[in-house]
Design a protein around this ligand. Structure first.
Ligand code: HMG
Length: 382
């Protein structure tokens, strides 16, 4: 029985900062960002947006095409959680009218947990093929102003429906795994921005993904040429090139950039979307190549701290009839460009507070955060 990604859709935030603007004000050659990091811009939420509003929009667009009564679980992966207790996915039940007889939990392990959610969903469907699982990745990557990570901020959400007989990608059994305790990137409870050891994070990413590759090969017969396209967690798109070069060296094979090129367009424009980044890479890959039916995709998932997984999936013959590139184009094109001063103010004004506040209406998205009263976050549909 085939199990995998039946459908997916995405959302991002109201604002965008062009990296040329950041380069100009920081007196940096814009090519450092465009070529050196492989990034053009990053999404940034308005004060009335967060991981829940983006997730609700992505999920609503997806679920309009499906019968929600088959969904038995909502697995919400994020590392920019809005509450230490209540799962972000629970808010979606009210906003989207999801049935009450659905399990809802939140998962965390930096940028990796979307993959954990996907694999848990596949296992649940294997146990009961009648069930479907809604997997959501949603994150806001917010680094300190004037820090090395600043140009790699971003925001976005991907909603995926996991089912038997999937329309998009069958997830193949067996994964390669790697976990090691490393302090390359972490965000303690009292900080709204992460602490990062940039060079260590690059080394940890490359070491962990190569190790995950080796672990899969120890479990299953797979040659490097059996993989037609590689997809990566892309904190910045150049990282995928670095990983492919490291894999080529590790395996003693020549691997050309056309194996990854089609997966990068959305992440170049969105920035780092943490848990969503790998799944925006998948979305771009499916949208940018009409001849993928039957081809094998190799997924490199990485979350600092650090956990990595390498797994594979087969693109289904039906995929071209179930992709919606126009929805992604609308999300990207509708963003409002920030000036540098507006960006700095928006960044500086952000606080993670449960004290009472109300937000002005900024976003035109279907859901917004109207504020906090009685220490409770209030969302509304519009
Ligand atoms: P940096 O010091 O700003 O940049 O830090 P750099 O000096 O290393 O330059 C970057 C690249 O630009 C270099 O290319 C330069 O040569 C090039 P490379 O040698 O790497 O190929 N460059 C230029 N290219 C063209 N024209 C020019 C020019 N000038 C320079 N004029 C760093 C970069 C990634 C460290 C920083 O952005 C950072 O700290 N980012 C945050 C951490 C990060 O993204 N790490 C990635 C791996 S960890 C991960 O993926 C997990 C994560 O998503 C979190 C999670 O899991 O939750 C981050």
């Amino acid at each position: 029985m085939k199990i995998g990604i039946h459908d997916l859709d995405v959302a991002t935030s109201h604002y965008v900062l062009d990296l040329d603007t950041l380069a100009e004000h920081h007196d940096i050659d814009p090519n450092k960002f465009r070529i050196g990091l492989g990034q053009d811009a990053f999404s940034m939420p308005a004060p009335d947006e967060d991981i829940v509003t983006m997730a609700a929009e992505a999920a609503q667009t997806l679920l309009e095409r499906h019968d929600v009564s088959k969904i038995r679980q909502v697995l919400f992966a994020t590392e920019s959680s809005i509450d230490q207790s209540k799962a972000a996915g629970v808010y979606l039940h009210e906003l989207l009218g999801l049935p009450a007889n659905v399990r809802s939990v939140e998962l965390k392990q930096a940028c990796y947990s979307g993959t954990a959610a996907l694999q848990m969903a596949v296992n649940a469907v294997a146990r009961n093929p009648e069930e479907q699982v809604l997997v959501i990745t949603s994150d806001v990557a917010r680094y300190a102003l004037d820090s090395g990570g600043e140009p790699t901020q971003g925001a976005g959400s991907v909603a995926m429906l996991i089912s038997a007989a999937p329309n998009l990608v069958e997830i193949e059994p067996e994964s390669g795994l790697h976990t090691t305790d490393v302090n390359d990137f972490w965000r303690p409870n009292d900080s709204t921005t992460p602490f990062v050891d940039g060079q260590l994070s690059l080394d940890a990413y490359l070491g962990a993904t190569t190790s995950a590759w080796d672990d899969l090969l120890a479990r299953r017969e797979l040659a490097i040429d059996d993989v037609d396209r590689f997809l990566h967690h892309q904190p910045f798109t150049k990282m995928a090139r670095k990983q492919l070069a490291a894999l080529a060296e590790h395996t003693g094979t020549e691997l050309t950039d056309d194996l990854i090129e089609e997966s990068m367009g959305y992440n170049r424009a969105l920035g780092n979307t943490y848990t969503s980044s790998l799944y925006f890479a998948l979305t771009a890959q499916l949208h940018n190549n009409p001849d993928l039916a039957g081809k094998r995709l190799g997924f490199f998932s990485y979350g600092s701290g650090a956990v990595a997984e390498f797994f594979t999936g087969i693109v289904q013959d039906t995929y071209q009839d179930h992709i919606y590139p126009q929805n992604v184009a609308k999300q990207l094109d509708n963003r409002v460009e920030l000036t540098y001063d507006e960006y700095r103010k928006l960044h500086s004004d952000f606080t993670a507070t449960s004290e009472t506040f109300t937000t002005d209406k900024t976003t035109n998205a279907p859901f917004r955060l109207s504020g906090v009263t009685e220490h409770q976050r209030r969302y509304e549909a519009q």
